[in-house]
Design a protein around this ligand. Structure first.
Ligand code: MN
Length: 163
């Protein structure tokens, strides 16, 4: 750890010298799409880790929850995030806190890549995936259902009176 290089220059947005671009997750059963992971700071002297995740346009992270908290900063691009029962558009430099045991997912659904920095505890519990019942409950909110289906949410159009 302490032998790691102190300086690791950035070459392009979201790429750094000495940082390997890896698959998002090793296990095959958690659903995700077009997303990579980079471990920026993983150091036994720290109680936390800082990772960088990047989705290609149309990609998304896994819908999951866990006891540990995520501290997220959008690093490039924009998209949408589901946190609990709320879907919000997220833009470069926005901050998102994922509280304990809160369903969350990021989607690059705005026609461009979405990259975010994510700080987590070094020691953390494993993510849980939603059961069918939990998915049904989430889907009862129309915005959440549209988000999970990957359909682009429409701006509300004013209702016209018909004659
Ligand atoms: Mn998570």
């Amino acid at each position: 750890m302490s032998d790691d290089p102190v300086f690791r220059p950035s070459r392009d947005a979201g790429r750094w010298d000495g940082v390997e671009v890896r698959p998002y997750k090793d296990e095959g059963d958690a659903p995700f799409k077009d997303i990579t992971r980079q471990a920026l700071f993983v150091d036994g002297r720290l109680g936390c880790e800082l990772r960088y995740f990047e989705m290609a346009s149309g990609g998304h992270s896994t819908l999951e929850r866990h006891e540990h908290v995520h501290a997220v900063m959008i690093f490039r691009g924009r998209g949408e995030a589901l946190v609990g029962g709320t879907v919000r558009q997220v833009d470069t430099h926005d901050l998102v806190t994922i509280p304990p045991m809160t369903w969350h997912q990021f989607r690059a659904n705005r026609g461009e890549p979405l990259g975010f920095l994510c700080m987590v505890n070094a020691e953390r519990d494993r993510p849980q995936l939603p059961s069918e019942t939990e998915l049904d409950t989430l889907r009862q909110t129309p915005e959440v259902a549209a988000f999970l289906d990957g359909s682009t949410p429409r701006p509300k159009t004013p209702t016209r009176r018909r004659r």
